[in-house]
Unconditional design. Structure first.
Length: 480
């Protein structure tokens, strides 16, 4: 290996490099051509080392985490790593099928001696280890100096940022996490300081919840958007879907359309608006700043890609939520059934949780006389009547057939009986009657036994003529 000639060739060519990436390509290509080795230059981007130039290998890894590989070790320690038995090194990451006999990975450092990347070279032929190490270290020193003079490693560009954020969007498990990821991505990729989603929720248009403590400007923007009439939000959404994305030009003195006037009142000087989702069920993403800036079309294009992925992820989350709700609900009445009921009573509080076993009087007669279609109609109408008579915090379940159970949080048995009487009144109001047994969960009593006590009290009502409610004795047990 002609050490001096190789270093001289690299040094001469580096002076003509006009960017850090070009400098890396010069060093990598020269070393590979002169030595026949596999060479790569990696520069840091956030939490990984990105391969910006490579030669001599059919396949390379685009990025290596700073905590992995020989290259990661060289970057972390700031010291050259020389590996002569690569298969025995726990950090070695094989690239090709050839047997590597030597790897030398030298850190690239700036004028303060801080690592700014690594220069990694691997040989498959027998090589003088000391000469190879000396050559690579000198080339790495020249390359590190040239990168520093060119302003250091290149910053992550907007497209790379968007790709990085795409993982967070896909991994979001809730709408809150998704909005947080989308807002973070919009701010980071656009360079603007505020991002707000205005989205549809059923038949309503609402401002997406703040996903982090906003700065003063974004807080003002959110305050304005939450106080304007819903019709004004709908106009923003409709305009975006009718004409597509838009952005300000960084010019002043122009007449502002009335739809944007509230945003100006909040301090907006720069604005990008991007439609989210399909017309009629989507929304709009507002990315804004209180500085007068000049967004370009490429930035808007990236915001459109972000909005498209955010909507796809949001639609997926809502679809999964709907499927989960269907799986947990009775398809006829819409009430939740056995599974959710079991989860609910596992959290029962002794003396404070009441179970109301509710049975429709003479339901078998209705089915036998008028048919199952009429029986289904009775179940639906009664479920609505009972649910309407309960408090907002109470829960109603259908366990099967004409058997319903209400779960209440109460302070005293009389409170549970008062609600039971309301349920019997609600049934009478639609021309039906119900029998109800009431039981409070006792200390150290399994909720399943409490339900049996409530059932026993309900059957006692039926034996006494139906259409009423009865409180089960606290000490009673029943297997009925």
């Amino acid at each position: 290996m002609d050490h001096e000639r190789i270093v001289s060739a690299v040094t001469a060519r580096l002076t003509r490099a006009s960017s850090a990436e070009e400098a890396c390509r010069v060093a990598v290509n020269t070393i590979s051509a002169e030595t026949g080795a596999m060479a790569a230059a990696l520069l840091p981007v956030r939490d990984h080392l990105r391969c910006v130039a490579a030669a001599g290998s059919w396949h390379v890894f685009t990025a290596v985490q700073t905590g992995r590989g020989v290259s990661g070790r060289a970057f972390r320690t700031g010291r050259t790593q020389t590996v002569t038995a690569v298969r025995e090194d726990p950090d070695y990451i094989p690239v090709g099928i050839a047997d590597v006999t030597l790897e030398v990975c030298a850190p690239l450092v700036d004028t303060d001696g801080q690592p700014i990347g690594v220069f990694d070279v691997e040989w498959c032929d027998p090589t003088d280890v000391a000469a190879a190490r000396a050559c690579i270290e000198e080339v790495a020193a020249c390359l590190g100096d040239r990168i520093t003079r060119l302003g250091g490693p290149p910053a992550e560009n907007s497209s790379e940022k968007l790709l990085r954020h795409a993982g967070a969007l896909t991994a979001a498990a809730t709408e809150w996490e998704l909005m947080a990821a989308a807002n973070d991505a919009a701010r980071d990729v656009s360079g603007l300081c505020a991002a707000v989603l205005v989205v549809s929720e059923g038949q309503r248009i609402r401002v997406g919840m703040p996903t982090a403590l906003p700065d003063e400007f974004e807080a003002n923007l959110r305050d304005v958007l939450t106080t304007v009439p819903e019709s004004a939000l709908l106009e923003l959404v409709t305009l975006a879907h009718r004409h597509g994305s838009s952005h300000t030009l960084g010019e002043t003195g122009h007449t502002v359309p009335p739809v944007y006037r509230p945003l100006l009142d909040a301090g907006v000087a720069t604005l990008i608006t991007v439609p989210v989702g399909p017309p009629g069920e989507g929304g709009v993403m507002l990315i804004a700043d209180d500085r007068t800036l000049e967004p370009d079309s490429s930035t808007v294009n990236l915001m459109e890609l972000l909005a498209a992925q955010a909507w796809a992820c949001l639609d997926r989350l809502r679809t999964l939520a709907a499927l989960r709700e269907l799986a947990m609900s009775d398809p006829l009445t819409g009430l939740r059934h056995q599974g959710p009921f079991g989860e609910r009573i596992r959290n029962a509080v002794p003396g404070r949780t009441a179970l109301l076993a509710i049975d429709i009087d003479q339901f078998k007669y209705i089915n036998d006389t008028y048919g199952h279609q009429e029986g289904d109609a009775v179940l639906v109408s009664l479920a609505r009547a009972l649910q309407g008579a309960l408090r907002r915090v109470d829960e109603l379940f259908r366990l099967g057939g004409d058997e319903f159970v209400a779960v209440l949080d109460v302070r005293h048995p009389s409170e549970a009986m008062t609600i039971a009487d309301r349920l019997t009144d609600a049934a009478r109001a639609i021309g039906r009657t119900v029998s109800i047994g009431v039981a409070l969960v006792a200390d150290e009593e399994p909720p399943e036994r409490t339900l049996r006590r409530a059932d026993a009290a309900m059957y006692a009502v039926k034996r006494d003529g139906r259409d009423g409610a009865r409180l089960a004795p606290a000490s009673a047990t029943a297997d009925t």
